[in-house]
Design a protein around this ligand. Structure first.
Ligand SMILES: [Zn+2]
Length: 500
């Protein structure tokens, strides 16, 4: 059995100023300038907490030949340049044609990519792949929990399997599930019938977290449904809300073994459960001033974490916002850290000056005007490093990554880890590599909405969802939507709905 695999992954924030280019994909994929497949993919992803790590597990368990053709991803950011999208898709399709015939295709996609010409970029990828392999060859797609799933994506694929977790700690399991299910389909053991429901509902990151309710209970029901005889898999996709496209928001997929009614009943049940939770999915936010006051009032054993999700690069934000940093400097609080702030100019300046020197910086606030102004101050260069690290927490465990040349500065009494590459601070290694032990700090501002909880959660004494400005702010009143379908809750508060 020959199974081809490919991945083109991007979560596109249509409110972000910076477009996404091929250079971004080449830098972030770490698979060479040709976005190579083959052995590069095996070397990079074997035994890692990733979808392709799971495909490799599944191929070994089911004894099929996995042929990875391309595995490209870029840090979430603005709309993908059309030429970049076409270039990556054409490379993938050429390689797919060259390995024909195959028995099946695994697609490792995000589900919330927008290019200049495609609101539904994954729909375009799946449809183009279908054109190459034909109707009779099964295509199984894995998607992020933040996928904005379109009817076209559901129609053009045989099965879609979404992550069940946020933080995304089940990528390897979902990849393995997809590979094993595809093998069963190819052998004729099961006949997948997929039912799709799109809800008139859009939700925000903090409450999409599956480590707390209501999502924790809902995912228990999803997993319960998957144990039911005749059900092959079930997905609740919470969607990526910072994309003004028709399909942004929540959808449900249930796949049965050749039983349309069973799949439809399951999809309707999950959709109704989600709809009933719509008011519980609204977040509550805390200001940095209130978080500082909380730290002063509580002598806790672990750090208090201020989750600055509004500036989360994992959702396309600049990662150079200064609002929380400015408040920390003004407060004079001790033991405060900001991690990780993206500012390649300042990192280079610190590296040129050397450890122990004092430099005049214009720190952060450079990408746009929505995340606070640059901070002009004297900074002490406490530590310098090359920013290389391996994820050790439950999410992306084992994957090698880098922050670029990195500097630990002390600015106005606050430690700031300044990187040359935009990365969401979701793993404590990203601070340790900069000589900061997070367990020994009192208040840590993390440029992350939810993913940090996988690694930082167990050590945190308290976690606050930040009330800061930004293009990833979990507050719909800050964004002007023109393209999203209407009516949609809560943008249209009177929205009524019943599953079909
Ligand atoms: Zn996600």
């Amino acid at each position: 059995m020959k199974i081809a695999s490919g991945g083109i992954q991007h979560e596109t924030n249509t409110f972000a100023a910076t477009p996404t280019s091929l250079a971004d994909f080449i830098r972030d994929s770490n698979c060479g300038a040709n976005l190579d497949g083959g052995s590069v993919v095996f070397d990079r992803f074997r035994d890692t907490g990733t979808i392709h790590g799971g495909y490799i597990d599944g191929a070994e368990a089911e004894q099929f030949e996995l042929i990875p053709l391309l595995c490209a991803r870029a840090q979430p950011s603005g709309v993908v340049e059309q030429q970049c999208f076409d270039d990556m898709l054409n490379r993938f399709l050429d390689r797919l044609r060259n390995v024909q015939p195959v028995d099946g295709v695994l697609l490792d996609l995000h589900g919330a990519m927008v290019s200049e010409r495609h609101d539904d970029a994954e729909g375009a990828i799946i449809a183009a792949s279908r054109d190459v392999v034909g109707e009779g060859i099964p295509i199984v797609v894995t998607l992020d929990l933040h996928a904005n799933i379109s009817a076209r994506m559901a129609r053009m694929s045989n099965v879609i399997i979404g992550f069940d977790t946020y933080p995304h700690v089940d990528m390897r399991n979902r990849g393995s599930e997809a590979a094993r299910l595809l093998a069963r389909i190819v052998r004729g053991e099961v006949v997948p019938v997929q039912e799709y429901r799109q809800l008139p509902l859009i939700t925000l990151p903090p409450m999409q977290c599956t480590l707390r309710d209501p999502m924790q209970s809902l995912m228990r029901r999803v997993n319960g449904l998957e144990q039911q005889p005749g059900i092959l898999t079930a997905t609740v996709s919470m969607g990526f809300p910072f994309a003004d496209i028709p399909d942004a928001g929540v959808s449900v997929l249930v796949t049965s073994d050749n039983d349309r009614k069973l799949a439809a009943d399951g999809a309707n049940e999950l959709a109704q459960l989600l709809w009933d939770l719509r008011d519980d999915l609204q977040p509550r936010l805390t200001t940095i001033e209130d978080a500082i006051q909380y730290v002063r009032n509580h002598a806790e054993s672990g750090p208090v974490i201020f989750a600055d999700g509004s500036d989360n690069p994992g959702g396309g934000a600049p990662c150079d916002g200064t609002v929380a940093l400015a408040a920390l400097m003004k407060s004079g609080i001790e033991g405060a850290v900001v991690g990780v702030l993206f500012d390649p100019e300042t990192a280079a300046q610190a590296h040129a000056a050397g450890t122990g020197s004092t430099i005049r910086v214009k720190l952060g606030g450079k990408t746009d005007t929505m995340h606070g102004a640059p901070i002009e101050a004297d900074a002490c260069v406490r530590e310098l490093c090359d920013g290389r690290f391996v994820y050790q927490g439950a999410m992306m465990q084992g994957v090698e990554d880098h922050l670029g040349p990195t500097a630990t500065l002390v600015v106005g009494g606050v430690e700031v880890v300044v990187s040359s590459v935009r990365r969401q601070c979701l793993d404590a290694q990203m601070l340790r590599v900069a000589d900061i032990d997070p367990t020994k700090r009192r208040l840590i501002v993390l440029k992350s909405a939810v993913h940090f909880r996988a690694d930082f959660g167990p050590m945190a004494a308290q976690i606050f969802d930040a009330d800061t400005p930004g293009i990833h702010r979990p507050d719909f009143s800050c964004f002007e939507y023109r393209m999203v379908r209407s009516p949609i809750y809560p943008l249209d508060p009177d929205t009524q709905w019943q599953p079909a």
